[in-house]
Design a protein around this ligand. Structure first.
Ligand code: ADP
Length: 616
């Protein structure tokens, strides 16, 4: 396709694909179907009607010709009758006239004709089968030498047919035999037919184009074409018709040429009809058939609607097929889009799964590293606590050792002096000192055990607090620390004693550190029941300077410390929080009006006594 035509072709294709165009096409097909079906049906109906009418015309024509020809030979047969020959010899003989009349009457009855008479060449009746007056046209017909003519019967108003046969004597016209028969019975059958078939009218017009026989009484003596007043007057004066000349039917002269022409009679309520004609030349008659076109038109109307319906169906079918094609195309497109989206989604899921797997692996690695770091931190914290404890231990142990040495030396001297009582008192003091030292060692032993391997059990909270305070006693005593322990002695919590003590040592140590420069140094330990006694909240409160708002949020950050280098690691609270968490609780810090409060919750195993205050 040339480049310049391509946009036009595309526009045309787009137009063809539009639903509006299909509706327009449907309308167009409907109109075309209507017009075409109407034309075809009307034409074929007219042709059928014309063929039928032609057949009928033939039938009527042969019927009429047969009826008129039935008595054609009768006058010539009568011409040789001796009675008439004799009358011709003596026309004025009354006897011969009577005999002839008698014979003619007999023949008339037998032949079934209306009247037979014998007349002079001028038309004067000499003898007749019936005493009927001869038609007024007779002299004119005789003068014209006619062999037949039609004339109206003024008595019946019907048309009579007259057959004429001239009789000669010595080559001279001597008379004429006239056979008259009436066409009323034939016309009656036509009238009957006309009544029965409303759609068809038959007219027989004579050589003057005046209807002399008709299947419709109203059209009788009408003029087939158009009669101007002078012609009308002449017709009226001819005395050929028993009544006044009827209306003009204005049938076109071209009816002669065209078979089957549509006409509309100039009569009130007349319909359009198909007019056809057949000449009966020997009789000088015209047979005209008028067929009603109403039925043809109705059928054409019906066919037109049928055609319109067919056109609409074709249009709708095209519309349906095209919309189906469009829907299929859209469906295929949608399926392709869906497949593509599905493939993209699968790809995305695959890539996301791979990413997730990677992230998962990275997380696992991080968790492993974290666990390792936590283990290391725990270990570091333990070492820090051990460092603190060893400092306390050396302080605690050195004093008693020095005292023990002094007491031992003193005891040896007392033994030498024989003062056994004083030695016994010294030994008692030494025993107490050793007992104290062994207590500290027990604590150290319990710390040295690997906490990870231990499981929780019912632990006396008061005992743990006491043990922790004991571990810090050297410092608390040095600072003159006042302690308020507000714990029920029978309260047992679910924990692991060593680690709980580790937490408490941490909290107590921090409190002591915070209060070392304060004038008043008071440590409060309280237990508050929670969840209807199911849990307990342990509070460790001091009256130190506390921490600033900014630092409060960072207390549980690893390595956060405000203590001078070498004194604080910033791990104590982190590890304590973790241990509490392992016991199923949470460690929190809260700022008091004066000092800090660290509190954590634990599951209660049993309460046995009402809380009371203990001074240690
Ligand atoms: P460290 O004691 O080694 O510094 P911790 O984790 O135990 O590590 O404590 C972190 C910090 O929290 C301390 O350096 C201190 O500033 C602050 N802190 C802890 N307890 C108290 C308290 N009772 N009063 C004031 N500050 C405290």
């Amino acid at each position: 396709m040339p480049e310049s035509l391509r946009p036009r072709a595309l526009r045309l294709l787009r137009l063809l694909g539009r639903p509006g165009f299909h509706l327009f096409l449907t309308g167009l097909l409907m109109v075309l179907g209507f017009v075409l079906a109407h034309r075809l049906s009307e034409r074929s109906g007219r042709e059928q009607l014309s063929a039928l009418s032609t057949e009928r015309l033939e039938l009527y024509a042969s019927n009429l010709a047969a009826e008129l020809g039935r008595h054609a030979s009768l006058p010539s047969l009568l011409a040789i009758a001796p009675t008439l020959q004799a009358l011709m010899q003596a026309p004025d003989d009354p006897e011969r006239r009577r005999a002839a009349s008698h014979m003619l009457a007999r023949v008339n009855v037998r032949a079934g004709t209306h009247q037979i008479f014998f007349a002079t060449p001028q038309g004067q009746v000499l003898s007749a089968s019936e005493p009927l007056a001869p038609p007024a046209r007779l002299p004119e017909a005789l003068a014209q030498g006619r062999s037949h003519f039609f004339a109206a019967d003024p008595n019946t108003g019907s048309t009579d047919f007259y057959l004429l046969h001239p009789m000669r004597q010595a080559s001279q016209a001597a008379g004429v035999i006239v056979v008259r028969f009436n066409l009323a019975p034939l016309e009656a059958t036509w009238l009957d037919l006309g009544l029965r078939s409303q759609g068809e009218r038959i007219l027989v017009a004579d050589d003057q184009d005046v209807v002399i026989m008709s299947s419709v009484q109203a059209l009788k003596y009408a003029v087939l074409d158009h009669a101007d007043p002078s012609r009308r007057q002449a017709l009226q004066a001819s005395a050929r018709y028993p009544q006044a000349i009827g209306p003009d039917l204005d049938l076109p002269a071209s009816l002669e040429v065209h078979q089957g022409l549509q006409v509309k009679l100039p009569l009130p309520g007349a319909k359009t009809m198909l007019a056809q004609q057949r000449q009966i030349v020997p009789l000088g008659l015209r047979l005209v058939a008028l067929s009603d076109l109403t039925e043809v038109r109705q059928r054409a109307q019906l066919a037109a609607w049928g055609g319109a319906a067919f056109g609409a169906s074709v249009g709708l079918l095209v519309l349906h097929l095209s919309s189906r094609r469009r829907a299929l195309r859209q469906l295929t497109q949608a399926q392709a889009d869906l497949r593509q989206a599905h493939a993209q989604l699968e790809q995305l899921v695959d890539s996301r799964t791979a990413e997730l797997r990677q992230t998962n692996d990275a997380l696992k690695t991080q968790i492993a590293q974290r666990l390792q770091t936590e283990g290391e931190l725990l270990q570091a914290s333990k070492l820090a606590v051990l460092g603190q404890m060893s400092a306390g231990l050396s302080h605690e142990v050195n004093q008693p050792l020095t005292a023990l040495r002094a007491l031992a030396r003193n005891s040896m001297r007392l033994l030498e002096a024989g003062r056994q009582d004083a030695v016994a008192a010294n030994l008692q003091i030494m025993d107490d000192m050793v007992e104290r030292m062994s207590q500290i060692t027990r604590q150290l032993k319990s710390f040295a055990r690997k906490a990870d391997e231990q499981v929780t059990s019912a632990v006396s909270l008061l005992d743990c607090v006491r043990n922790a305070l004991l571990l810090l006693e050297h410092r608390s005593r040095a600072l003159g620390l006042a302690t308020e322990i507000d714990l029920p002695p029978g309260l047992r919590v679910r924990a692991e004693a060593n680690r709980l003590e580790q937490v408490l040592v941490n909290l107590f140590g921090n409190a002591i550190d915070a209060m070392q420069h304060e004038a008043e140094r008071r440590l409060r330990v309280r237990a508050v029941a929670q969840d209807a006694g199911q849990r307990v909240l342990v509070q460790v409160q001091d009256c130190g300077p506390g921490v600033g708002e900014a630092d409060l949020a960072r207390l549980f950050e690893p390595f956060f410390t405000t203590k001078p280098a070498g004194e604080g690691l910033g791990l104590g609270l982190v590890i304590s929080a973790k241990i509490v968490h392992e016991f199923g609780g949470t460690l929190r810090a809260e700022k008091l009006a004066q000092g800090m409060s660290f509190e954590f919750d634990l599951a209660v195993e049993s309460w046995t006594a009402v809380p009371e205050t203990h001074d240690v």
